[in-house]
Unconditional design. Sequence first.
Length: 101
Amino acid sequence: MSARSDVEATQNQMSSGVTPEHLKAALEQRLGAVHVDIIDMSGGCGQMFEAIIVSPQFAKKTTLARHRLVNAALKDEIAAIHAWTPKCNTPEEWEKKQAQA
């Protein structure tokens, strides 16, 4: 679902209240995330996001437990959008990935 114009994209984001900046701030505050990258995959309409989230709270948790933690932290925001894809890493895992890149 892609917005037909920049104006329409802005209106969609304003009506849902969900922007990449809002999601980033919420994750930093609610999960103590030390690194967050939010990508709007919807072409600007603010309805489909992919996120890379790095938080020490993910330590010793399975992928499913990490996703549940994120989904609980963003319950209201996720309800207002169409699609959400989190990629969760601990700081140590993120450092390894960056070193390999």
